[in-house]
Design a protein around this ligand. Structure first.
Ligand SMILES: [Zn+2]
Length: 438
């Protein structure tokens, strides 16, 4: 399975800008963090991966299905079979080909090899802050040049490349160096006990600091111009003290341990922010193409500010002709919950969505869903077709409606279909990620 290949204007390595970018299979988010979180049935076989990776615009959510993922799992995931176009585009989107040269890839390897045991054992207080700082700087920078979930401000991206290029040489020289490594900083939150499917790789799309990403069980806020910050500020519902921000000069590395619900809230924040600030497809195309030209030229605004503004304005007009997709948070999970409830009813069991660990839903998710449905109602839409509406809303929104009956028929049909294909009750409870009758 090939990796993602990015359209560029030259073939040189994105870090050193000297050698040919001959490396294939480069990870943007470190492999030791994401390894094992993606396989759909927990068997850990390579081709059983479902990898969700956010793109940069609101229309794009890249999903990569390994060749052995069952069609039913794909259907449950996206509510339709893969089209030819999607199959064609089904590359392993967790890695990039021809973005870096072999020797720069090895330089990232120095940071990853050093950091990975600290990640595995949660002993970040002993970590060397200069190496940890460069490690996180390299993650954000790589995700940006690989167009994975975030898009840094040009000035930040260029400065980060410069810092990495100058300083990532050998582990000893990073540890023992005493030069200035820049004015960036980061805050870490981490939770314990996540299961497969609870997380992924997500990022905010604001083109300025602070930037936030979720990678597996860790949430990272990355900030530029730390020295100019006020003593504290609020972000994602958290009060961030300036003193608590990790820099290359702090003692070790501070990580705040959070509950799974707090983690789920931060992940929700990141996804909602990306929906809010993501561009349309036309603007994304222009933005990444302009940045790619700048990377090749080695300076920002290389096509000229006026030409840049003009191209972006045209793209903005193009995007405004396509309305943003409607926002219905977790609709796929509520659909799955209805199937599960139906399955439970067949065997005389009770189903409670909030007790269903495999869906990883909290009360705030239900509240958000109600808010979204209410917005549909305000627009005068018939919401009776949507899952859970009969449980969360007054009868007048669904009782006796034709679409409500259609939904009930669809649930039954879906259920009969998966049973006929050999899925058991337990498989359904496992979100169709397993098939015992196989
Ligand atoms: Zn290189």
């Amino acid at each position: 399975m090939p990796g993602l290949k990015i359209d560029r204007y030259d073939s040189r390595c994105a870090l050193c800008r000297q050698a040919e970018a001959d490396k294939t299979g480069s990870h943007l988010a470190p492999n030791f963090m994401i390894h094992g979180m993606f396989s759909y049935d927990g068997k850990g076989r390579r081709d059983r991966e479902i990898a969700m990776r956010d793109g940069l615009n609101w229309g794009e959510r890249m999903v990569y299905y390994g060749s052995e993922v069952s069609p039913e799992a794909i259907n449950a995931d996206r509510a339709h079979d893969l089209t030819d176009e999607e199959l064609e585009a089904n590359v392993n989107n967790l890695v990039c080909d021809n973005l870096f040269c072999k020797s720069c890839e090895d330089r990232f390897g120095i940071l990853e090899t050093y950091y990975s045991p600290y990640y595995a054992n949660w002993k970040q207080e002993d970590v060397n802050p200069r190496v940890a700082y460069l490690f996180w700087l390299s993650v954000f920078w790589r995700m940006c040049v690989g167009r994975m979930s975030i898009f840094l401000k040009g000035e930040d991206e260029f400065e980060m490349r410069h810092i990495l290029e100058e300083n990532v040489t050998s582990l000893e020289s990073i540890k023992n160096g005493n030069n200035d490594l820049g004015d960036f900083g980061y805050v870490l939150w981490r939770t314990k006990g996540l299961q497969k499917g609870d997380s992924g790789i997500f990022g905010t799309r604001t083109e300025h600091s602070p930037y936030m990403v979720v990678i597996n069980d860790i949430v990272v806020l990355f900030i530029s111009n730390v020295s100019k910050l006020p003593n504290y500020f609020f972000y994602a519902g958290w009060r961030i003290e300036k003193d608590s921000i990790n820099t290359f000069e702090t003692d070790g590395e501070a990580v705040t341990e959070i509950s799974q619900e707090e983690f789920a809230r931060l992940k929700r924040f990141v996804i909602d922010e990306s929906e809010k600030y993501g561009w349309g497809p036309a603007q994304e195309k222009v933005k990444v193409s302009l940045r790619e030209r700048d990377r090749t030229a080695g300076r920002l605004h290389s096509v000229g500010i006026n030409d840049e503004k003009y191209a972006l304005e045209i793209a903005r007009i193009q995007d405004s002709a396509t309305p943003k997709p409607m926002f219905l948070r977790n609709s796929d999970k509520f659909f799955m919950a209805e199937i599960k409830e139906y399955a439970c009813k067949q065997v005389g069991k009770k189903y409670d969505i909030l007790q269903d660990r495999s869906l990883f839903m909290f009360q705030f998710d239900i509240d958000n869903y109600k808010i979204d449905i209410k917005n549909y109602i305000k627009k005068g839409m018939d919401v009776s077709f949507y899952p859970y509406v009969d449980k969360l809303f007054d009868r007048k929104y669904w009782g006796g409606k034709e679409n409500y009956q259609r939904k009930k028929d669809k649930i039954k049909e879906f259920y009969d279909d998966v049973i006929a294909k050999g899925y058991t009750f337990d498989d359904i409870m496992n979100n169709l990620r397993t098939r015992s009758g196989e």
